[in-house]
Design a protein around this ligand. Structure first.
Ligand code: AMP
Length: 278
């Protein structure tokens, strides 16, 4: 497995594989690798001949009061996990490869970036769309894979790639969960043992809300009940629990096709997000 640290070496390696007729998948991450990340690599290797993972904790997607400096970092451990999943290369950009001192350009996807994660984390999706555009342009892969765990992010990235005419196909991968339903996340490392017991109640409340919409409850009523359930379980704050179209993110008024329930809530120092199909 190659460890690549410059954009020139990344582009050359990918181009070399493509010149030999091999399709290349890219799986961007911020590291602190878990089974969710590795599932993206495995899907990449099913759909392409080579898979390149990236590790970059992107400062531009963190707000001033967020966890950029404390975000878990473990390069050695991450490399071992990517190697065992069969990655062909890992790109860990050296400082200066992503944002030079005179860096000025941002990528913003309008409209679908304005609600939910976009409303509760100003600038977040601009940071994500900017870094993912750069990673895709630096590597020019055939496909790039992102988790449905971050469903709105996946939609923002698909829209960005389409609108900027990037030559890469964007694929979504299903959310990997613990046995008790908690979606895997690098940030789960922040949970205390007591909080870890409470954490799956978010997914449970979402399942209950989805079930009540399927059996006739109004979506906003089911979502309000889910918020009460999550707070009663011990979460401190609910940023949102919304039932929306998974295509347009318009709020759902009644049961229809393609609805999803989206949630973000704070437990101790950990902000958890999740989504499931209704
Ligand atoms: P992150 O390192 O958290 O920025 O995530 C990198 C990629 O892994 C993103 O495309 C995420 O959506 C995806 N991902 C994170 N957690 C999971 C999970 N539990 N299941 C599937 N994909 C995930």
């Amino acid at each position: 497995m190659d460890v690549i640290r410059t954009k020139a070496a990344l582009r050359a390696r990918v181009a070399q594989w493509q010149a030999a007729g091999e399709a290349v998948a890219l799986t961007p991450t911020m590291g602190a690798v878990h089974e969710g990340h590795l599932s993206l690599v495995r899907l990449g290797l099913e759909r392409a001949d080579r898979c390149v993972a990236t590790i970059f904790v992107n400062p531009r997607q963190f707000g001033p009061n967020e966890d950029f400096t404390t975000y878990p970092r473990d390069e050695e451990g991450d490399l071992a996990k990517f190697r065992s999943a069969g990655c062909d290369a890992v790109y860990i950009p050296d400082p200066g490869q992503m944002y030079g001192t005179d860096y000025k350009t941002e990528v913003t996807v309008t409209d679908i970036s304005d609600v939910m994660e976009g409303a509760s984390r100003p600038g977040f999706f601009t940071g994500v769309a900017t870094v993912v555009s750069k990673l895709l342009i630096q590597s020019l892969p055939d496909i790039a894979i992102f988790g449905e765990k971050d469903f709105q992010q996946l939609a923002v990235i698909r829209t960005m790639a389409r609108d900027l005419d990037l030559p890469t196909e964007i694929l979504g991968a299903p959310t990997v969960r613990e046995a008790d339903g908690l979606a895997l996340s690098s940030r789960n490392a922040y949970l205390t043992p007591r909080e870890r017991e409470i954490a799956p109640s978010l997914h449970r409340a979402m399942i209950a809300a989805a079930e009540s919409v399927r059996t006739g409850a109004a979506p906003h009523v089911a979502a309000e009940q889910a918020k009460r359930d999550v707070l009663a379980a011990g979460f401190q704050q609910v940023a949102y629990i919304d039932i929306r179209s998974q295509d347009t993110f318009a709020p759902a008024e009644a049961l229809s096709e393609n609805l999803r329930i989206f949630a973000a809530a704070t437990l101790g120092s950990c902000r958890l997000i999740d989504n499931i199909a209704v």
